[in-house]
Design a protein around this ligand. Structure first.
Ligand SMILES: C[S@@+](CC[C@H](N)C(=O)[O-])C[C@H]1O[C@@H](n2cnc3c(N)ncnc32)[C@H](O)[C@@H]1O
Length: 266
């Protein structure tokens, strides 16, 4: 689907700062609950962005060797600076593509990948790469939103129509529902799915200030892409304004679910 997507559509000079703020909206204890590496584990954070979660994993598991990998060299450099500032010695960052990594076969104990797979033109290539890298019994933990911003009350047919047009072309927002079967087909076992309400996009009543800022900062860099989809800059601006007005309205609610999918390599 959406074969025209080749790049991460939210790239910007501000992206690492945004990702740091976004990480603060999440609950680390909840999101790392399935991350239980063995002693002295080799851990990979695939598509690490600013490395907020890589740092958390490195702190929680000081005997682990954690590597964060991101396609964007500016992000891996930013992540390395943040880790150095915190004095973390068991954590390194590098630039790389999660569909073709430099690590040897069966050399990794745990792969964490958060908010990445739905931006890839071919997520199946990343999953096959993860399968290659993981030792037998190694664990993959993937965290992804399902249908962000798509379910709300009351329905506003005109806004809904534009959301349906735009959001699925920014990311493969239904990928997470296919992920468990994709993993099984690759031979992964013990596939576990945990679903919860997402704290980044969900808004019951007016959207919170931190969530609103995050949304503005995500969608800003995608304005050009949204203009292509909707047929012009004015249409993109009016879509963004209408979406924010809806989320600001105390009489509305918007629900997004967050899936954590874990599986064991054969
Ligand atoms: C939404 S951010 C998530 C960052 C981080 N995992 C987090 O949760 O804060 C998505 C990240 O995936 C990275 N990315 C996209 N395609 C990639 C690829 N093929 N290989 C490695 N990283 C990729 C982007 O550069 C971006 O940093």
């Amino acid at each position: 689907m959406q074969g025209s997507r080749t790049d991460y559509v939210f790239d910007s000079d501000n992206e690492c700062a945004r990702l740091e703020r976004q990480a603060a909206l999440l609950s680390p204890e909840r999101h790392l609950r399935l991350v239980t590496p063995p002693p002295a584990a080799v851990v990979l954070d695939a598509g690490c962005g600013s490395g907020a979660i890589s740092r958390l994993i490195a702190k929680r598991h000081p005997d682990a060797r954690v590597t964060g990998v991101d396609l964007n060299p500016a992000y891996s450099a930013d992540a390395a600076r943040r880790a150095a500032a915190e004095g973390l010695s068991n954590l390194t960052f590098e630039t790389g593509d999660v569909t073709a990594l430099r690590f040897a076969d069966a050399s990794v104990d745990l792969i964490w990948t958060q908010f990445v797979l739905y931006f890839l033109p071919h997520p199946e290539l990343a999953l096959a790469e993860f399968r290659r890298l993981l030792r037998p019994g190694g664990r993959l933990v993937a965290v992804l939103h399902e249908d962000p911003l798509m379910k709300h009350e009351p329905c506003k047919s005109e806004l809904d129509a534009r959301l349906q047009q735009v959001i699925p072309r920014l990311a493969d927002i239904g990928l997470v529902r296919r992920l468990p079967m994709m993993l099984s087909a690759l031979g992964f076992r013990d596939v576990v799915v945990e679903v919860e309400l997402d704290p980044i996009y969900t808004a019951i009543g007016p959207i919170g200030a931190a969530q609103r800022r995050n949304l503005v900062e995500i969608l800003g860099p995608a304005r050009g892409r949204i203009a292509e989809i909707l047929g012009g800059a004015a249409a993109a601006d009016s879509f963004l304004a209408d979406l924010l007005a809806f989320l600001d309205d105390p009489g509305t609610s918007s629900y997004t679910t967050l899936w954590t999918v874990a599986a064991t390599a054969p």
